[in-house]
Design a protein around this ligand. Sequence first.
Ligand code: FAD
Length: 374
Amino acid sequence: MEVTIVGAGLVGCLLACFLARRGHEVTLYERRPDPRRAGAGGGRSINLAISERGVDALRRLGLDREVLGAAIPMPGRMMHALDGELTFQPYSADRGHAINSIGRAELNRILLDAATAMPGVKVLFEHRLTGLDERTGRLEFGSGATARARVVIGADGAHSAVRARLQALPGVDFRQEYLDYGYKELTIPPRDGAYAMEPGALHIWPRGRAMMIALPNPDRSFTCTLFWPHDDLAALDTPQRIRARFAAEYPDAFELMPGLVEHYQANPVGHLVTMRCSPWHVTTGEVTAGLIGDAAHAIVPFYGQGANCGFEDCVELDRCLDETGDDFAAALELFERRKADTDVIARLALDNFVEMRDKVGSRLFLAGKRLEHA
Ligand code: FAD
């Protein structure tokens, strides 16, 4: 069967591997240039945490070793109190269990290489989908190119063009909820060639209604992500204000961030959104169009499960194809059963923001506050 996937991001590439293994011919259309040639450009978080759900999907294709080889295990979280006190909280009683920090660009490269090495997979870069006719399967791209497909799967992320078409159809529900919070990435560079903090941990600075986290990178730097109310992010409009707030609220990290002001001013503010769509697929005559990954269910990142969940989607769709004898219309219909799980993780991810920014460190935070006012 010929299958078209829109989006050669994390989930699109992994899905292509699963489908090619089943003997399907897969064409991936990706709006960006080949990131392996152009260098990792723009986009969302620089690194992300892959947990057992994602590793399980990778293992099924023999990709786990390569991905884990490029990742840094984080067996627990390190809480940073205001007074600089550090508390390590293991994620599991078994120290062998960890979540894994990996660069998004590196992970995408590994998955692209894996997909393009499979027989029957081709990737067309610089093909941004701009139009889809779900009745005829006609695809239109920004360059003016067109194509036709009987099976189209949108793996084109939270702002999916495939979903945009589906949600315009009668009977398709769609809801998006933005948080009042944004995120901004900053850097803690290596110090004297070494990690400036413990690399085997996900670092968290819980500060009540806001927080910062940091994940280690293989080059011995850390990528920090601030999750702050939009108003707070906008309020730091001078170098003095930036330095003053960090010195007051993240004093230990502040000491480790020589490029703070430049990074704060240069790096964009990202938005945090939950998107719910139902159903995820439409079949009209011979043509079936469906959604997977963030295109179907974008969630906020506080459980570190968006990509993991998208990888698990691929396993589930593979299972649905097993159960339906590779009838894509029937398999995508069956795949809707996964929505119950993705709705739960969407809610847990929102709840975990309160847990991370407030509850995990509330005693530490209060202890720090007492010191501050002593
Ligand atoms: P994307 O990664 O968005 O890929 C979509 C692809 O489609 C892209 O390559 C894009 O260029 C392409 N595309 C888009 N539109 C078109 C078009 N019209 N035509 C052609 N191509 C198109 N998840 C985790 O599991 N762990 C984490 O620790 C984690 N941390 C995160 C931190 C932050 C700050 C954020 C914002 C997200 C985080 N996530 C994390 C979530 C994770 O990034 C997403 O769930 C994951 O990237 C979804 O993969 P995807 O392939 O579905 O979509």
